[in-house]
Ligand binder design. Structure first.
Ligand code: GTP
Length: 596
């Protein structure tokens, strides 16, 4: 297809503003999916299947669309919706020339609307503002058209109005995409350069790589090279998805599609990397490539120590499909053998944990997540700390921690509550703008460690659910951090050590000591529970001694009841872990490590 007849676009929206529904409707309007086969959330369905490794996810769908006597090719490129995946979003956007900015006509602009809009603007995309769900009785198209127009600087009359549900306005939107989104430009005669914007692992076909060709062309059977690693592969298949993969004779300038080389590991096909031809390689890679960098780390341990090999195999399998997942073996005196795992963010952590538990039938304990710290010792050496146990014991010169640039959108009545929350999380206000008299956008710099865990929940509860949040990494800054250890009868329980701000060390110590006092059953001797920074104890609780006698409850001589109780006690013992001479039930670890 000549570039003049191609339009590459994506849909960007806040969660639940109707992106999937609109995408489905476009597939139907363009005849890519027949009416009778149409099911709700056609693209999402692929998502679930991909999880199970059955089929290829439609990251980019090719749709023919006739305008007058010309048939154009519209490539719709999907973007991940969560802040953990900002880099992936930016690469998907970089594969497009235009973006449909979709806003719920009953909700107005939200934080992810803005975050995605800014990313689209950074990539110089043409923005098409669209209000969705105009069929809703609660829709206020006039009001929100004005808000949206004010944001991007256009006339409210230029804001399209559609309903993904009824299909109203969708053909007009497709016409607009043809009119407004510029066709791709590239040098057809130059050495091939194609950008990878996604890669997924498929059980049957190996890694499927999604690319957008910038210059030159790629054809089947040629050898291709990945510019970041210089690794070369034979191109076994190349084509477009519409809505099933259709092999073709190649992809040229501006075209979007998939390629298969037979590699088995997504790490060999990295998002953001440039694919070139091995026989006539490009000199310069496309800009913007970044190695995936884990932001949050947590220890993962099997509840049942004998499941360790299963956990290791499961992680090896997941890694094939997840270039951002990193892990290394770790041992904990309290929890046994496990892994230190790095994640892009909390959602990523939850997805991985859930998949491990569901697909590999594992029961896991995870330690308190932490971010990565750069500790500089007084002699100038740097120590990267992704686990509190690596925190150097000697004199520390300075510590830096990652920070994010966060955007909060909320009704203006909540400004006070939001400021209070952000201040309590060591946030610094960077700016504030009114989108309308009653809606405000607040920009903060916040330590990543303060927002990854429960910040969003706290924000929601302080704003009755009205605030929305988005954030992206924004470098590192120095902070006054300390490591707090928790000791049982003088022995450090490694799984409970945490790196926290000095002002919060006492609160963390007291909270853990109190929790543990409640969770650990009395022993036959007194057990002090202490929180300490280095050798300085900052909080203390005591578990008083008892003489436990399981038979005390048995009056009379019912021997079978006695035996039952003894057996029960024995069973309980199996699930006990020893910390020094203190018996700690496994449940106590789980409860103490769960965040409430
Ligand atoms: P994620 O994919 O989860 O980010 O959400 P999304 O933005 O894709 O939203 P989705 O398409 O899943 O729609 C969210 C909800 O809004 C669903 O319950 C849809 O049925 C509903 N919805 C989507 N479009 C319309 C519309 O035009 N009108 C009405 N009334 N409801 C809609």
């Amino acid at each position: 297809t000549p570039p003049g007849r191609i339009r590459n676009f994506c849909i960007i929206a806040h969660i639940d503003h109707g992106k999937s529904t609109l995408a489905d409707r476009m597939l139907q309007e363009t005849g890519v999916v027949e009416q009778r086969l149409m099911r709700a959330q056609y693209l999402d369905r692929m998502d679930i299947e991909r999880e199970r490794g059955i089929t290829i996810k439609s990251q980019a769908v090719r749709m023919p669309w006739a305008v007058g006597d010309r048939t154009l090719i519209l490539n719709m490129i999907d973007t991940p919706g969560h802040v953990d995946f900002t880099y992936e979003v930016s690469r998907s956007l970089a594969a497009c020339e235009g973006a449909v900015l979709l806003v719920d006509a009953a909700q107005g602009i939200e934080a992810q609307t803005l975050a995605n809009l800014y990313l689209a603007m950074e990539n110089d995309l043409t923005i098409i503002p669209v209000l969705n769900k105009i069929d809703l009785p609660s829709a206020q198209p006039e009001k929100y058209a004005e808000e949206l127009a004010g944001l991007i600087g256009c006339d409210p009359a230029e804001v399209l109005r559609v309903s993904g549900k009824t299909g109203e306005g969708v053909p007009e939107l497709l016409d607009h995409i043809v009119d407004l989104v510029p066709p791709p430009v590239g040098d057809a005669g130059a050495p091939a350069r194609a950008m990878i914007f996604d890669s997924v692992y498929d059980t049957y076909r190996g890694v499927v790589t999604y690319v957008r060709v910038i210059d030159g062309s790629l054809s089947p059977r040629e050898r291709i090279s990945m510019m970041s690693t210089r690794a070369t592969h034979e191109l076994l298949e190349i084509g477009a998805i519409s809505p099933d993969p259709v092999p073709s004779k190649g992809l040229g300038v501006g075209e979007v599609g998939y390629l298969i080389t037979g590699v088995k590991d997504v790490r060999q096909s990295k998002v953001g990397d440039t694919v070139t031809g091995a026989s006539r390689p490009a000199q310069k890679a496309l800009g913007g490539y970044k190695e995936p960098r884990p932001m949050v780390f947590s220890g993962l341990y099997p509840m049942d120590g004998s499941d360790y090999p299963i956990l290791r195999d499961a992680l090896d399998k997941l890694k094939l499909n997840d270039a951002a997942l990193v892990y290394e073996p770790e041992t904990s005196a309290a929890l046994g053998f496990g892994f230190r795992v790095g994640f892009l963010g909390m959602l990523h952590l939850e997805i991985v944990r859930e998949r491990l538990e569901r697909e590999f039938d594992l029961d896991l304990i995870s330690t308190l997540p932490n971010v990565e710290y750069d500790v500089v010792l007084e002699d100038g050496t740097h120590v990267d700390v992704t686990n509190p146990s690596e925190f150097p014991g000697g004199k520390v010169g300075s510590i830096t921690e990652p920070v994010v640039r966060a955007t909060v959108l909320a009704p203006s009545e909540f400004i006070g509550a939001i400021m209070e929350l952000c201040q309590s999380r060591r946030g610094v206000l960077r700016g504030m703008d009114y989108l309308s008299p009653e809606r405000v956008e607040m920009r903060y710099t916040l330590p990543l460690a303060e927002i990854v865990f429960d910040f969003f929940d706290a924000l929601k509860s302080k704003t009755r659910g009205y605030a929305s949040l988005d954030y992206e990494p924004d470098g590192d800054q120095e902070a006054d951090l300390v490591k707090v250890d928790i000791l049982l009868q003088g022995d450090t329980v490694d799984a409970f050590s945490a790196i926290v701000h000095r002002d919060k060390a006492y609160a963390y110590g007291v909270q853990m000591a109190t929790k543990l006092k409640e969770l650990i059953p009395r022993q036959q001797f007194e057990v002090p529970v202490q929180a300490a920074i280095g050798s300085r104890v900052i909080a203390r609780e005591t578990i008083r001694a008892i003489r436990k006698d399981v038979l005390a409850k048995c009056y009379g001589g019912d021997i079978s009841r006695k035996r039952k109780l003894l057996e029960k006690q024995k069973e309980g013992k199996k699930r006990m872990k020893m910390v020094g001479s203190v018996e700690v039930p496994q449940e106590a670890f789980i409860a103490a490590l769960s965040q409430d």
